[in-house]
Design a protein around this ligand. Structure first.
Ligand SMILES: [Zn+2]
Length: 129
């Protein structure tokens, strides 16, 4: 089991990363939108109140998608921290090592299950049809 101190440390890491990533996504989205629509639509209105998901919903950027994927994982980790389900591996139920969580606080799986998961899902074979 993770100690309260370890959980507090991981929660801080997750929240810090969440904040940083949120700012990064907003910047990328604003820049991407400026590049796409800037000359046609002129300066965009201040969008400070827009939800991040709305802001980027119509944008297509590999970097943004990657950031958004991590953003969603951090969101999910915050939920698990809030409802007390943070810690165990979702596949085998054993505790994820604290050392692993320090590197990847949003990790869902222990190292063994993550390897299996990546081998199974990371590169789906393309259909030959
Ligand atoms: Zn596992």
């Amino acid at each position: 089991m993770l100690t309260p101190e370890q959980l507090a440390r991981l929660r801080t890491m997750i929240n810090d990363r969440y904040e940083a990533l949120s700012a990064e996504i907003h910047q990328d989205a604003a820049r991407s939108r400026d590049e796409t629509y800037g000359e046609l639509a002129g300066p965009v209105a201040d969008s400070g109140d827009e939800a991040t998901a709305d802001l980027i919903s119509d944008l297509d950027s590999a970097e943004l998608n990657r950031d958004l994927g991590e953003f969603r994982q951090l969101e999910a980790a915050q939920k698990r921290l809030a409802d007390g389900s943070y810690g165990p591996c979702v596949d085998c139920g054993s505790e994820i090592a604290f050392e692993r969580l320090l590197v990847q606080p949003a990790a869902l799986r222990c190292l063994d299950c993550q390897r299996i998961h990546e081998r199974t899902h990371a590169h789906p074979p393309e259909s030959k049809l």
